[in-house]
Design a protein around this ligand. Structure first.
Ligand SMILES: O=CC(=O)O
Length: 342
């Protein structure tokens, strides 16, 4: 009998490759649950997911079965043989990786897939916030031509200082794009990055980053240590008139502190692709016309979606064939060995 893999979320862009990839090596089954309780009960004897060893997961599955929080992971470990979760996406904050670690379940993500799409989205937000392009397009479309745009409140990008928090793949790609203006690029990361261009200056703290940046851009994953990390103190350390960009995760910023800073003009604008409670957007954000707000589409292009699906499915296939896939998330890279179906 072939091992079973369960798709928690659809395959949209690589249907043909996908059938080929799993032909003869696994039985692919689809999510039929519309509740968490049905999902968890379905791995038992004669349940629709009996014998499943690995999951493909998209965040869209949360609408049906909820996030993969600790209770779900523990219940999954108790009731199923699942030992691998292949997340489609670079962010995996909807999966409790500590619980996965405790229960010997490995998690992979797709870290290279949306680097370009997310970096270019951040570039767009930065230009739009400094030049008020999003506001200008809205004024044209609403028939008021340039009103209420005000050139005196817009700024050239060239020559300004960009502070990047988190110089991973996306942060570095964005740094390279912004350097072309040129801008001065400074960054802070948990560790001073190796082999970064010499024009990318390391600063030793978030505080120092905020002190020097005209534009602060966030490129760290959401986890316990980054949640709320950009709060009142950090925002007030930025110079008056600075711009804040977030294409990472909404919860990294204290939204209340950010809104207060927009209300009293400490921040001139924010460019956001992410929000703490998506798809809900705090209505107060909509009252600042100079801000550019996108609906979490940063990593979404036809190319990045194809790559994401291929990478996630590739990790799933490698696990089925060899008991281990690639792109294991950093928190789970140590202590590998329990998660094999061989
Ligand atoms: O938000 C996008 C991702 O997690 O890849």
């Amino acid at each position: 009998m072939l091992p079973r893999v369960l798709l928690c979320g659809e395959i949209e862009y690589v249907q043909d490759e996908f059938k080929e990839m799993f032909h003869g090596i696994a039985e692919v089954i689809h999510l039929v649950s519309e509740s968490r309780s049905h999902f968890l009960a379905s791995f038992g004897p004669d349940g629709p997911y009996e014998g499943t060893v690995a999951l493909y997961r998209r965040n869209t599955s949360s609408k049906l079965i909820g996030k993969f929080d600790a209770p779900l992971i523990h219940a999954l470990a108790d009731t199923s043989k699942v030992r691998w979760i292949a997340q489609n996406g670079s962010g995996y904050d909807e999966i409790d990786v500590q619980a996965c670690k405790e229960r010997g379940i490995l998690v992979s993500n797709t870290p290279r897939a949306n680097e370009d799409a997310t970096a270019t989205t951040t570039l767009y937000l930065m230009i739009s916030c400094l030049r008020q392009f999003s506001m200008a397009e809205r004024s044209l479309r609403s028939g008021t031509w340039k009103t209420p745009c005000n050139a005196a409140q817009t700024h050239d990008v060239t020559g300004r200082t960009l502070g990047i928090f988190g110089l991973g793949r996306i942060g570095l790609r964005f740094a390279r794009l912004a350097h072309a203006f040129p801008m001065r690029i400074i960054y802070f990361s948990r560790r001073k990055a190796e082999s970064v261009p010499d024009w990318c200056e390391y600063v030793s703290s978030v505080e120092e980053l905020c002190k020097q940046a005209d534009v602060l851009s966030l490129h760290v994953p959401l986890n316990q240590s980054t949640a709320g990390m950009i709060g009142e103190k950090e925002i007030r350390t930025l110079r008056r008139g600075s711009v804040l960009l977030n294409t990472s995760r909404g919860r990294i910023v204290d939204q209340e502190a950010m809104i207060r800073a927009l209300e009293d003009d400490h921040l001139s604008s924010v460019g956001l692709d992410v929000y703490p409670d998506e798809p809900h957007v705090d209505p107060r954000l909509l009252t600042f016309p100079q801000c550019t707000l996108l609906p979490h589409i940063g990593g979404e292009s036809a190319e990045s979606w194809r790559t994401r699906e291929l990478q996630a499915l590739g990790n799933l296939k490698a696990f089925v064939l060899g008991g281990i896939g690639e792109d294991i998330v950093p928190e789970l890279k140590t202590g590998i060995g329990n998660s094999t179906i061989l």
